[in-house]
Ligand binder design. Sequence first.
Ligand code: KIV
Ligand code: ZN
Length: 387
Amino acid sequence: MSTPTVKIFDTTLRDGEQSPGASMNRAEKMEIAQALVDLGVDIIEAGFPIASPGDFESVREIAMNIKGASICGLARCNPKDIERAWEALKHSELPRIHVFLATSAIHREFKLRMTPDEIISRGVDGVKLAASFCDDVEFSPEDASRTEPDFLCRVVEAAINAGATTVNIPDTVGYATPNHMYKVISDLKNRVPNIDKAVISVHCHDDLGMAVANSLAGVEAGAGQIECTINGIGERAGNASLEEVVMALRTRHDYYNIGTNINTKRLVPTSRLLSNITGLQVQRNKAIVGRNAFAHESGIHQDGMLKEPTTYEIMRPEDVGLEKTDLVLGKHSGRAALSDRAKALGYHLSAEQLQEVFDEFKKLADKKKDIYDGDIASLCDQQIRGE
Ligand code: KIV
Ligand code: ZN
């Protein structure tokens, strides 16, 4: 029996682009969209067509030219937005309209000034209109994680009856915890009579640093789609990071038993492409794609890595698109890593020579933060020349 898979819905070009400093022009968005197809994402949310003429054109160009993934456009629940989204998407091989409407009491009262019944009827009308244009319609009750459970069930049931094929559950403000998210999705699964007619999706923000954990909890409870972005960019603290959810599912397949269609070897190249285009740096210690994610400086760890990589690495660097682990030489490094580097540089030192070079290396490492291969070569040369 084949492993079940969860769909990866990438929203780098929509929610990701909403993060300050992340705006991209049309050509850059096309480049990212193609990279997302090469990465193997199932759905690309290409933008919010009503937001600006530039957004409309980008979504249209992506819809017309990018093949190999569904192309999605966002719309609020009103005819103007939905018609504009369809205008941008209509040439796609696999178009999806994504309509959203806030459902929590806070949003109903202060933002929309609408009653619960008015929300249901606006949502139903929006989904019906979108479904009159295309078969693939996603509905999001914005701020779902802060919506009263009974009302959320009513909204979701009505959206599915109106034609939604995916119901996305956003944790819009990153308020949920993993247990909370698990419960929200389980409740929908258990209480909404027509729930099996739609795919449940999770869309988690990272305000409390739990977007990835919350997404995985949603999948454990039965969600069939995860919404995420490259490098976790997105509104405020960002969205769930694509590379982290994908590698968590892969590395802990023993636990989740769920796959994705992602070619994980494209993770680092795609992360770097986005970073180069937007200028948004990835923090060094970012999981999976940060510069330190596969780097080891301490002597004990380097020694273990040289003996057997699984001692200190749970993933192989080549599986995420890196050439190899980086054994960084610094003041915490030991003789094993120094000897290994010296050999790689072509030096075959006796035990005494290695000890001398090691002593000099430690003195240098106390003064200098970055030790390059040139520094090691010059220490070895000095030792061989007897200086
Ligand atoms: O975070 C959110 O609620 C959103 C919706 C538009 C899905 O991005
Ligand atoms: Zn969002």
